[in-house]
Every structure is written in structure tokens, then in C-alpha cells.
Write a protein that binds this ligand. Structure first.
Ligand code: ZN
Length: 159
């Protein structure tokens, strides 16, 4: 069964900035599970997966525009320090901020007495990325998964 719209793909991945060592990988942990055609992952990676089947391993370069987008100026936001729940903060550090739109990775810019300036650009915005992907499983999505727009069960949402 090949990867196409409305199918669930479980996969291992390794991601690096092009020409650099891996930033992150899922080997040794649970594979990630996504629903194809529902914007679950960056467009460049979803496109590269199409047509592949379980057992396939492939590498793909994804330009910033098809990954996390170009880095944008003026995405600084001033956040009350209490939102960081006592974490030790340093400029340049990446932290996960809980916002009204869910969790979001941000980069600390400047730390004041009671407020912190953060850069809301995704930490790898503006970077060209290189992925190594191993497809573990491809299956049809359930009606419930299609109506929710995400995967349930292993590697997906539990609710
Ligand atoms: Zn759901």
C-alpha cells in the first residue's frame, strides 16, 4: 500500500540542517504517525512521502519555504515572566511556550525583570533541511481519523 491522501503513515525520521549533523531523530523511540493530505507535517516532507510504501527508506532535501518557512522579522513578543514557570532562561535558548493556540517553540531574546522578549519564528525557520525517512507502516485511515484530521492510537493522538 502506497502513501497517498487519507492514509495513515507511521515513520521514523532524522532531520538535520543541510550539511550538518542531525538535530533530532525518532530512532529508538516510537515512530511518528501522520494523516496524509491534512497538513499534519511540513508540505515538502509530505510530498516526498507520496508513493512510498512500508519498508522504504529515503532521503530528501526540503527548502525552507517548503519546511518551516522563511524567518520573519518583527515576530518578537513580550511575555510575562511567570509564563515560564521558574525555568532558568538565557538569551538564544529555545523553550516551549504554552499559548492560547497550544504549545509553541520560541527563542528567548531578552530577559527583563518581569517580562521576556521571545522570537516566535520556528527555531528552524529559514533553514534548508535534510530528512532521512523510514516508512514503518501505511494503512487506510478510519472515518473517525478523517473527521478529526489526525491519527489516533500509536504515534498519534490519544483522547
Ligand atoms: Zn481525534
Amino acid at each position: 500500500m502506497n502513501v497517498e491522501n487519507n492514509r495513515v503513515v507511521r515513520f521514523h525520521y532524522s532531520v538535520a540542517e543541510q550539511g550538518q549533523e542531525a538535530l533530532e531523530n525518532s530512532q529508538g523511540g516510537e515512530p511518528l504517525a501522520i494523516l496524509i493530505g491534512h497538513g499534519n507535517i511540513i508540505p515538502g516532507l509530505e510530498k516526498a512521502m507520496r508513493g512510498h510504501a512500508a519498508g522504504d527508506t529515503f532521503e530528501v532535501d526540503v527548502a525552507a519555504a517548503d519546511a518551516y518557512g522563511e524567518k520573519r522579522d518583527g515576530l518578537t513578543q513580550r511575555v510575562p515572566k511567570k509564563h515560564f514557570e521558574g525555568q532558568r532562561l538565557e538569551p538564544g535558548m529555545q523553550v516551549i511556550l504554552n499559548t492560547s493556540h497550544g504549545q509553541r517553540p520560541v527563542t528567548i531574546q531578552k530577559i527583563g525583570m518581569s517580562v521576556v522578549d521571545v522570537d516566535l519564528n520556528h527555531p528552524v525557520a529559514g533553514k534548508d533541511l535534510h530528512f532521512t525517512i523510514e516508512i514503518v507502516e501505511v494503512r487506510e485511515a478510519t472515518d473517525e481519523e478523517l473527521s478529526h484530521g489526525h491519527v489516533h492510537g500509536d504515534g498519534g493522538h490519544h483522547h
